[in-house]
Design a protein around this ligand. Structure first.
Ligand code: PLP
Length: 380
């Protein structure tokens, strides 16, 4: 089987599992306990926090561990907005945000009287910085724009958006869950004030995420209890998973420069072949500003689900684009936002890779895609 659905989730890397192991066995203490077993776990947690902060170019105290990317996005959007409610009730997001951001913004609209401005994207999924600037208002308390999209792989020009947000005095949050395996993540470099990560998208375990948020920004907690994570997120910390995330992130950071170039070239070769050999195939997302690990298409005149089944029969596992929307009959809001007709949006297929993918694997996958679409379209 060739697993090409790594944007949905990745296998845990051996180094990650080995780093986690002691914290599941010998060093199993509760990091809040005041004895040697607890203190050893607390030291591991603190070390993981510092290592993640180093990759993000921020302070260890700015790292809040969460249960994953979804919770990190919820904490960013709701926690930063609710803490700033005295300044206004206006939010700016993009139409291609993950549900964790979009639904959090909608919650604030429905229950807390927020107004949400959705800045449009172009046909490649990118925001025009001028449109972003025009959307910001004196009562805007937060803007949230994802670093890279999970369905179409488009990478935003966050540096430009961050500069605009800073001049307007508006904090900018970014969902970097998909970007983390591929793009440099420094908060300063990206020009953002808060950033979400998830372990299982980069060779770490499921059920662990991070919200990095600059310490000066007030954050209203969403999960109340024993006051862990400096009161920002209560609940006994998942120490082993935090260590796993730190290890996965450091590995990705070290491998990133070579992996991005190598996999980016393989992706381009794969995309060219599919576009050349599949009649009517269209690439979704930006042709250049896209994650090295995502190739996404629509195949007008077919059914995406049928193509996925045909691909699986040929040993290639992939998806329509969003694990959350898989199985839903509704066309993807991301594809509609980039101007794809609803009937064509139903034909989407996304293949997503890790840094270890080989040319042979992608050549095989391209042959499988050509054959699968042929079979569904009844060409042969
Ligand atoms: N944000 C993006 C862009 C994602 O792709 C995902 C995962 O599908 C999430 C957030 C949610 O992360 P998690 O699965 O850790 O809750």
């Amino acid at each position: 089987m060739l697993y090409l659905d790594n944007a949905a989730t990745t296998p845990v890397r051996r180094e990650v599992l080995e780093a986690m192991w002691p914290y599941l066995t010998s060093t199993f203490g509760n990091p809040s306990s005041h004895h040697t077993v607890g203190e050893a776990a607390a030291a591991g947690l603190q070390d993981a926090r510092r290592r993640i902060a180093d990759v993000l170019g921020t302070r260890a105290g700015d790292i809040v561990f969460t249960s994953g990317g979804t919770e990190a996005d919820n904490l960013a959007v709701k926690g930063l907005s609710l803490a700033a409610i005295h300044r206004g009730r206006h939010l700016v997001i993009s139409p291609i945000e993950h549900e964790a951001v979009a639904e959090s913004a909608d919650y604030l609209r429905r229950l807390h009287g927020f107004e949400v401005t959705t800045v449009s994207v172009d046909g490649t999924g990118r925001i025009d910085p001028a449109d972003f600037a025009a959307a910001l208002r004196p009562d805007t308390v937060l803007a949230s724009v994802m670093a890279a999209n999970n369905e179409i792989g488009t990478v935003q020009d966050l540096t430009a958006l961050g500069g605009i947000a800073r001049s307007a005095g508006v904090p900018l949050h970014t969902d970097a869950v998909q970007a983390a395996a591929w793009l440099p993540l420094g908060l300063d470099r990206l020009g953002v004030d808060a950033l979400s990560l998830s372990g299982h998208k980069l060779g770490g375990p499921k059920g662990i995420g991070v919200l990095a948020v600059r310490g000066a920004l007030p954050l209203e907690p969403l999960v109340h209890g024993g006051g862990q994570e400096r009161g920002k997120r209560s609940g006994t910390e998942n120490v082993a998973a935090a260590v796993g995330l730190a290890t996965a992130l450091e590995l990705a950071e070290a491998e990133r420069p070579d992996a991005s170039v190598r996999v980016g070239a393989l992706r381009d070769r794969f995309i060219s072949r599919v576009l050349r050999e599949v009649p009517g195939a269209r690439l979704t997302g930006h042709p250049e500003h896209r994650l090295p690990g995502i190739a996404s298409f629509v195949f007008p005149g077919t059914s995406g689900e049928a193509v996925l089944l045909e691909l699986e029969q040929r040993g290639v596992v992939s998806s329509s684009g969003s694990a959350c929307a898989a199985g839903s009959d509704d066309p993807s809001p991301v594809l509609l936002a980039i101007g794809i007709e609803p009937v064509v949006a139903q034909t989407a297929v996304r293949l997503s890779f890790t840094a270890s993918v080989s040319q042979q694997e992608l050549d095989d996958a391209a042959s499988a895609v050509v054959a699968a679409v042929d079979s569904v379209a009844g060409i042969r």
